[in-house]
Ligand binder design. Structure first.
Ligand SMILES: *[C@@H]1O[C@H](CO)[C@@H](O)[C@H](O)[C@H]1NC(C)=O
Ligand SMILES: *[C@@H]1O[C@H](CO)[C@@H](O)[C@H](O)[C@H]1NC(C)=O
Ligand SMILES: *[C@@H]1O[C@H](CO)[C@@H](O)[C@H](O)[C@H]1NC(C)=O
Length: 524
């Protein structure tokens, strides 16, 4: 790629700042990965508690998540396929043996996730990721949905009760059918968290063929929701070697012990499907010192994931949580009466409101000190460029485009005092100039004459409520870290000795700095 960097050729004096104007070029003829979107989950009862809010805050919470004019405009939701007892799973009781007739039950609610899915769809969301954290306990070597164990019948794991791979594939397929019955087409199906690849490989073809027999080949199978990018890199290589790419739709990973930073070696799309700040108390801050709960920190993670790691989707952990003191593991907080967005929500908005599903990433040339640059072309023809300035200096950037002549330009700014606020974009001679303040994200949208008006972006300059630096929920309760049964919901903090002792009893764990350990059960 040729470089078009022209540094310091033009000096602009503004508000006592002297900004070196930097030139970047967006190349419309060089398209990269397709973007599927950005999203959250309301798993483990969070959909139900969201639904239980009064209609005012409930509506406001939905708008914060999904509205393209006052919220983040998220486009993916991740639902949990329950594997527990009555009220949690569609198969609460064992049919006795793998060949027994399963007694499925459907309550039409699925812990509030049917409601949540329909609400998301009413905003245009059509990527529904249904994800099982575990197989039902009676299908596993340890007889429990928690605490590790393996699906009976996968390579190296036999049970006296038999081989449960086909019943598990049937169970997952039945869940998809119940959602279809509710008018909710599941598009992506995950069957485990943190598997050993060999075991996964000995189940994936069964699931693929079961979906196919049910005329549901249009559902993409995902794998493997590893706890972090390094682990998923290892699993991906192994899955590719085992010939699994032909059955899979998307490679998925969480980002807890390693953020997506470089591409995985696969021709499949890759998604980051669960990330959050689980350590800090709730914070709504955009930028203070680059801490783990801050909006700009997450804007930068998204930027690196999409631009450097070739991601097609980026999901935070939970969306709205009610009276939850734990950490900054969700984007919108509610005390039961009001809802308050975080800086992290606006970080997602700067991407998801403007870069819509089906957009293609574009190559760019040129660089701006301290600024990440992502460029995209939407299916409606609009071009979007996102600048993530983690530096302490303001920048002026001139954008030229190869293969596209803009007829109009708009720009939006998020920093400590703005949330997706209109900011100046100067169009002249086919090039666009914008200022990118220190510690900010600026998203530029460009269209040419032939394009219809964009569906994304504010239609007025009215701004969402200013809510920086507020702390809406009580943080008096000590963070529990326990949200449910396994995966991150069973993670614990402990010192290194306890960690070593504890890990003798769990299947998989990862420790960071010898102090923070995640204990993860395996669904398969
Ligand atoms: C997948 O195909 C089924 C028909 O077998 C259809 O009902 C469903 O809507 C399709 N799902 C999607 C996401 O298109
Ligand atoms: C990026 O992902 C796409 C799939 O979305 C894949 O085809 C392509 O090879 C990947 N590029 C790199 C550099 O890994
Ligand atoms: C880029 O693509 C457009 C049409 O898509 C074409 O007209 C133009 O010549 C191409 N430019 C280059 C440099 O390939």
């Amino acid at each position: 790629m040729r470089s078009f960097v022209a540094t310091s050729t033009i000096l602009v004096t503004s508000l006592n700042l002297v900004l070196a104007q930097t030139l970047i070029t967006v190349n419309l003829n060089s398209t990269l990965q397709e973007i599927d979107g950005f999203g959250v989950s309301q798993a483990f009862g969070r959909a139900e508690e969201f639904y239980d809010l009064a209609s005012g805050p409930r509506q406001q919470g939905l708008d914060y998540l999904f509205s393209t004019s006052t919220g983040a405009g998220l486009t993916i939701i991740r639902n949990r396929i329950g594997s527990g007892g009555s009220g949690d799973s569609i198969l609460p009781n064992s049919p006795g043996s793998p060949s027994g007739t399963p007694q499925y039950v459907w309550d039409g609610d699925d812990s509030g996730q049917v409601w949540f899915s329909k609400q998301a769809m009413s905003y245009g969301v059509n990527t529904i990721y249904a994800d099982a954290w575990s197989a039902p306990g009676f299908m596993k070597t340890n007889g429990n949905q928690d605490n590790g164990g393996w699906l009976c019948g996968v390579t190296g794991e036999s049970c006296s009760s038999g081989d449960w791979r086909q019943p598990y594939a049937n169970f997952l397929t039945q869940y998809v059918k119940y959602y279809l019955q509710e008018g909710i087409p599941v598009t992506h199906l995950g069957f485990l968290n943190e598997p050993d690849y060999v075991q996964a490989a000995s189940f994936i073809p069964t699931l693929y063929n079961t979906l196919k027999s049910a005329s549901l080949s249009n559902v993409s199978i995902t794998c493997c929701d590893s706890i972090g990018w390094p682990g998923q890199r290892t699993m991906t290589s192994a899955l590719v070697s085992a010939g699994m790419e032909q059955y899979l739709g998307v490679i998925t990973s969480h980002a807890y012990n390693g953020d997506p930073d470089t591409p995985l070696s696969t021709k499949l799309k890759t998604w980051e499907t669960e990330a959050a700040d689980l350590n800090s108390a709730w914070c709504a801050t955009w930028y203070s010192n680059g801490g783990p709960c801050e909006g700009l920190t997450w804007a930068n993670k998204i930027n690196i994931g999409i631009v450097n790691a070739n991601l097609s989707a980026y999901l935070y952990w939970e969306g709205v949580e009610v009276n939850e003191p734990q950490a900054s593991s969700y984007l919108v907080a509610s005390d039961g009466n009001t809802v308050t967005p975080s800086g992290r929500l606006w970080a997602f908005a700067m991407w998801s409101r403007f870069i819509r599903p089906g957009a293609l990433r574009l190559s760019t040339s040129g660089s701006v000190s301290g600024v990440g640059i992502g460029a995209f072309k939407n299916t409606d023809g609009t071009v979007v460029v996102v600048f993530t300035n983690t530096g302490s200096g303001a920048q002026s950037v001139k954008i030229t485009l190869s293969g596209f002549t803009p007829s109009s330009a708009a720009a939006y700014l998020t920093d400590n005092t703005h949330q997706v606020a209109s900011t100046a974009a100067t169009l002249s001679g086919g090039a666009v100039t914008v200022s990118v303040p220190a510690y900010s994200v600026v998203t530029v949208t460009l269209r040419n004459g032939g394009s219809p008006p964009p569906s994304q972006g504010p239609t007025t300059t009215a701004q969402p409520p200013t809510t920086t630096a507020t702390s809406p929920v009580s943080t008096t309760t000590a963070p529990s870290g326990i949200h449910g049964m396994y995966d991150l919901r069973s993670w614990v903090y402990m010192q290194v000795l306890e960690c070593l002792v504890f890990t003798m009893f769990v299947t998989q764990r990862s420790c960071i700095s010898g102090k923070i350990c995640y204990f993860v059960s395996s669904a398969v």
